[in-house]
Design a protein around this ligand. Structure first.
Ligand SMILES: Cc1cc2nc3c(=O)[nH]c(=O)nc-3n(C[C@H](O)[C@H](O)[C@H](O)COP(=O)(O)OP(=O)(O)OC[C@H]3O[C@@H](n4cnc5c(N)ncnc54)[C@H](O)[C@@H]3O)c2cc1C
Length: 274
């Protein structure tokens, strides 16, 4: 039986996110959570493989206890089993530590998997590092930014856009892919499925001790975010009046160096060449 794992992160709903101007950090606690969009597409890709070949989908998330909501949603859409990794000692994990913890959980709970599917990146931190790092942790082949998947005799054929070229790749399994949001439009959540996801399905919850991890998320995370801030930018409108020649001259006087720098041309020399 095809064994699929989908890694899902709960992210804050963008419309509800606010900055704390005092600390310069995002006020995540006040925002409602949702399934990261790329993870939703990865789940849909897994569901389509299951529709075609049969199989079993395990959805797994690491986060605070409220991250359980995205797992319930995954169950409602068609995942078969869900695992929540939550522990204060995991909080503050950077991507390195996140991949390490996800890998240990996969090895413990689903060691005989065929394909791990991740989103290509998240909508809140957006590093796109967890998928590739998880590939390293699990010591399996991986492909990032995949748009289309086809399975034949334990070989996964994939398409992805790279520098405007469409690449076709093949990978032996077990392997990992990160899925973009361009294809695999997620299906609707059926209401009946949602009811069952809450009433009939248990979620496996694991902490650091269950995984025999001797870690502290922040202390053992080598990455430090020193500051998060919105860069200041100023915009103003300038009105230029008069004959076209005068306006063109004024434009070049005022912005010639900037425009020339941007397009990497000496505008005076450029004018003479024409
Ligand atoms: C108690 C607790 C609190 C946390 N609080 C925060 C927080 O406030 N802010 C924050 O950004 N993170 C938090 N995390 C999670 C963790 O720190 C981040 O998930 C991690 O740093 C991912 O970085 P990224 O968003 O850039 O991932 P990317 O590399 O952009 O993600 C790519 C893909 O990797 C997979 N992935 C990434 N993160 C997870 C995850 N956690 N679980 C399952 N799959 C994942 C998904 O498939 C995702 O689409 C918390 C974790 C715990 C246990």
């Amino acid at each position: 039986m095809l064994k699929l794992i989908v890694c899902i992160k709960q992210v804050p709903m963008v419309s509800e996110l606010n900055w704390d101007p005092r600390t310069g950090t995002l006020k995540r606690d006040l925002a409602e959570g949702m399934m990261n969009p790329a993870c939703h597409h990865a789940l849909e890709a897994a569901l389509r493989l299951k529709d075609l070949h049969g199989g079993h989908i395990t959805a797994i998330t690491m986060g605070p206890p409220m991250a359980e909501e995205v797992l319930r949603e995954a169950l409602a859409i068609g995942a078969d089993r869900c695992i929540l990794l939550t522990d204060k000692r995991m909080a503050g994990a950077d991507t390195f530590m996140t991949s390490y913890i996800l890998a240990r959980a996969i090895e413990k709970e689903c060691p005989d998997f065929d394909i791990v599917l991740c989103g290509c990146h998240t909508s809140d931190s957006e590093t796109a590092q967890v998928g590739p790092q998880l590939t390293e942790e699990l010591k399996i082949p991986g492909a990032a930014y995949v748009e289309w998947l086809e399975l034949n005799d334990n070989v996964l054929r994939m398409k992805r856009l790279s520098d405007n070229f469409l690449e076709t790749l093949e990978m032996d399994l077990p392997g990992l892919v990160t899925v973009t949001t361009s294809q695999y439009q997620p299906r609707y959540v059926p209401l009946a499925g949602l009811q069952d996801a809450y009433d009939k399905c248990d979620i496996i919850t694991l902490n650091a001790e269950d995984l025999k991890l001797e870690i502290a998320g922040i202390k053992d995370s080598p990455t430090r975010i020193l500051k998060v801030y919105s860069p200041d930018s100023e915009k103003k409108n300038i009105e230029m009046k008069g004959p076209a020649k005068k306006i063109a001259e004024e434009l070049l006087d005022k912005f010639g160096r900037k425009i020339g720098g941007t397009i990497q041309k000496d505008l005076k020399a450029y004018g003479q060449e024409q």
